[in-house]
Design a binder for this molecule. Sequence first.
Ligand code: F6R
Ligand code: MG
Ligand code: MG
Length: 366
Amino acid sequence: MSEKITLSVLKADVGGYVGHSSIHTDLIQTAKERLSNAVDKDIIVDFHVTRCGDDLELIMTHKHGVDSEIIHKTAWNTFVACAEVAKDLKLYGAGQDLLKDAFTGTVRGLGPGVAELEFEERKSETIIIFMADKTSPGAWNLPLYKIFADPFNTAGLVIDTSMHDGFVFEVLDVLKHKKIRFSAPEEIYDLLMFIGATGRFIIKSVYRKDGLIAATASTQKLSLIAGKYVGKDDPVLIVRCQSGLPAVGEVLEPFAFPHLVEGWMRGSHRGPLMPVAFYEANPSRFDGPPRVIAAGFQLCNGKLIGPRDLFDDPAFDEARRKSNEIANYMRQHGSFEPHRLGLEDLEYTTMEKLMEKLESRFEADV
Ligand code: F6R
Ligand code: MG
Ligand code: MG
């Protein structure tokens, strides 16, 4: 047991309602009962259950550190219980993210997404948890860069002495399973060369230069785990804010620009990431466009005070309007790139079968 507090966010799609657009309240209720039990048994300190689109999000605080077997098992059992409810209601894709039958000490590699942070709770600990649906972990690269390295976004990088030294980015090569650290602002050109390739290089964590952890994202790629498409990763991101870290408003600011991300219909299209209030996180148009919600908490001795629905602010109306405009524009491309992803990134494809069927009709082009 550690004296520090750990914040664990584990998420999975264990059944959609209706289709892949949202979640049935019975699943939320079941998850709350399970985690309430875990509080009674002193396994966790506190919890909050929510959802973004069809993804069930378990937010937990505890003293067991990251990658704890008991915490992952608690989450796994909760997902399994919710998947049972989903099966009983014949909800769509019941149990879809639970890729293996048995728990093996960690949920890593089993399907659910995980973002965890262990830290000493500061005098006042302000935290934002971003949760997205119909997109992949690379979606956080651009906002994380802006929050922690772009002085046009984050005024504190320029005018707050405690942030003026910059931050360190830990970047994962998801294909080679390797990671590398870049120091900003000194190495931002190098950093951008990598993180601009959002399908392969993904920002895992950000640290202040004194070693304090500032942010961490879920980075597992479901498609790689299963060796085939089993649903978009729909990532989460935890960011600590204030007092020597970017302010809440600096952390939210990048989302005023609805950048293009991969996902949307059949995980095979580019579209804008639309920041929405909790109640609007139900992607239905062409199964999208991709959504992001921001849940703000103050921690109090491990208790989650909150959430505040941070995109429930008319200041983000313009980003939502622009998202719709971009969605219309992108949709008009139909099956053409760059709306549709490149052949190698498609989650659904008929290409292999077509090539086989039409092979004899291809002639030499001389
Ligand atoms: C995207 C997503 C949906 C489904 C689509 C088809 O991440 O989950 O867009 O891909 O609704 O679903 P199936 O193949 O289950 O009919
Ligand atoms: Mg789904
Ligand atoms: Mg989803």
